[in-house]
Design a protein around this ligand. Sequence first.
Ligand code: C5P
Length: 402
Amino acid sequence: MLSGKNILLGITGGIAAYKTSFLVRLLIKAGASVKVVMTQSASSFVTPLTLSTLSKNPVLLDFIHEEDGSLSWNNHVELGLWADVMIIAPATANTLSKMANGNCDNLLLATYLSAKCPVFFAPAMDLDMYKHPSTKTSFEKLQSFGNIMIPAESGELASGLSGEGRMAEPENILAFLENHLGQGLPLQGKRVLITAGPTHEALDPVRFLGNRSTGTMGFELAKKAQELGAEVVLVSGPTTLTIATSNINLQRVSTAEEMYLEVHKYYSYCDIFIGAAAVADYRPKTISEQKIKKKAGDEMKIELERTKDILKSLGEAKKHQFLVGFALETENELEHAKDKLAGKNLDAIIVNSLNNKGAGFGTLTNKITFLDKNSGSKTFDVKAKSEVASDIWEEIIKRIHV
Ligand code: C5P
């Protein structure tokens, strides 16, 4: 949810400020870009150096800063516009009151007033301050402006007292944000399992049978699903591709058997499965322990045996899952795809033909036809695989929400 988002963290002067270093770490790990703006008093609780190191951005404290011997202005308007989300944490009673009343006597407040994005605030104060009518008025006023409160938690307070007023723990702030930002996304709350890439079936310690799949289509489908709010597990065969965000659970495997086992670990929990992997249909019957040597004569025979059909096994075990397969064909594309759709008990199949220019393995583009079990079909133009992924999700979402 936070991957690729610009997050502006405003830190005010409360003891909970020390926890913001963990919050910055979590936001960065979730794939966000983070900039920190803090009040002077916050810098007594946590150092700007810690936060700039963790956020990989300079920390902004004042309207003016020194750069190469001259003074320069920190543009709060630009900062406010840069942010996709602003979080004030910890938000002290003092800053909350100023925010509620339009005061603007520091950079953080000026940035808050300039921000057009959703603003979250996580109050932190002693229990009596938290309950005080003037603090409650600030909460209500800020919420009436559309700001979103991340309620304080109960427990031990720095004063030695115990009660409501502790800043929400960084993990809880992160979960709150993800949950809030995910609301309304079409795959929010859905668990998606995707296979990608080729499989490698060993012949001996140095050789294998493989195929030309790069994994691009499956990886794009996984990224898009995550952007649409899903929890994603991606099981990939050998590929050079990587995933920048830790929000996708990437499991790397090598053989069809390993892919089968990994997929079945997650299958019962998933709502939607897409088989984008080019799984080997056959593997060498035996794997030589030593490198196979050349022998006299021109021919060599390798005995092969069938691998398990992962998708078929999922079709047989299907309960509530929406199952989607791929059919890469070289002839009679639609007919073969329809047979697979029925034979593997799928809900939909994506047909791509090697006869189409710009479709199939090793290309950055693809041309597909989406076919469902009720004979609904839609054919798309040649497009970048990232756009094809959007088309596929659009078709799936239409069908799971009917
Ligand atoms: O039958 P065919 O191999 O053409 O079917 C292709 C579809 O089946 C793809 O979605 C592919 O990921 C899946 N498949 C599989 N396990 C296999 C072979 C194919 O999951 N052993």
